[in-house]
Design a protein around this ligand. Structure first.
Ligand code: ATP
Ligand code: MG
Length: 203
């Protein structure tokens, strides 16, 4: 079965694009292609000027690590680490020097509005706070694109709006964002909407 076909679009730098459509239409599949978790059987994905198809596994891993940030419906924070320690992970993987790690972590937590929660565990934070920590982790090394798969899907409307405020501010500051969502409120905050149906783009 073909999950996606005839899907062609460019994300403009510094814009936030909503990806909408019914369950099973291919939103997560498309995000996984852009996140280099999957390769297309036909067609091309280009990220930051690099076409993913013919890259070896290690080059794909590096592209994903260096150019793509991802957040998900379920936050995926590491439960035994504080929010600051979670945010530090990408910096440690990139072997950033320790004093700079602290500085970058603080800046990222401040950007998402949870600097005061640096030392709490995920279980001590609300869902909205955990999602904002996940955003901080995704942008602590600024990615070419931030991919968000249903980022407000497990939040109440108040926390969902807080998370969308954060994403909107990041886009206004130049972060390119692609956001798959079932929420009309979340799509309304975006600059542009792409509609998928049965694996095809309809707008
Ligand atoms: N690698 C793959 N190859 C072929 N088909 C796939 C692949 N991955 C998922 N699918 C199928 O593609 C379709 C799209 O699934 P996908 O999870 O992308 O939808 P979705 O829009 O994210 O749905 P939801 O809104 O429920 O999250 C489904 O029918 C799924 O079973
Ligand atoms: Mg999905």
């Amino acid at each position: 079965m073909t999950a996606l076909s005839d899907v062609s679009f460019r994300l403009l730098p510094g814009t936030m694009t909503a990806l909408v459509g019914p369950s099973g239409c291919g939103k997560s599949t498309l995000l996984n292609l852009l996140g280099c978790l999957d390769l297309p059987t036909a067609g091309e994905v280009e990220i930051a000027g690099v076409v993913t198809q013919h890259l070896a596994d290690d080059a794909l891993t590096a592209l994903r690590r260096d150019q793509v940030g991802s957040i998900f419906q379920a936050f995926h924070l590491i439960s035994g680490l504080t929010l600051a320690e979670n945010v530090a992970i990408p910096l440690q993987l990139a072997r950033v020097a320790r004093p700079r790690v602290a500085e970058f972590v603080q800046a990222a937590l401040a950007r998402v509005g949870i600097l005061e929660l640096a030392d709490v565990l995920p279980s001590q934070a609300s869902g909205g706070q955990q999602q904002r920590a996940a955003i901080a982790r995704a942008i602590v090394r600024p990615p070419a694109v931030l991919l968000a798969d249903e980022p407000t899907g497990s939040l109440d409307s108040h926390n969902g709006a807080l998370v969308m405020d954060v994403l909107r501010k990041l886009a206004d500051d130049g972060q390119t964002i692609l956001l798959a969502t079932h929420s009309a409120e979340a799509a309304a905050v975006c600059d542009r909407t792409l509609s998928l149906r049965d694996g095809c783009l309809i707008t």
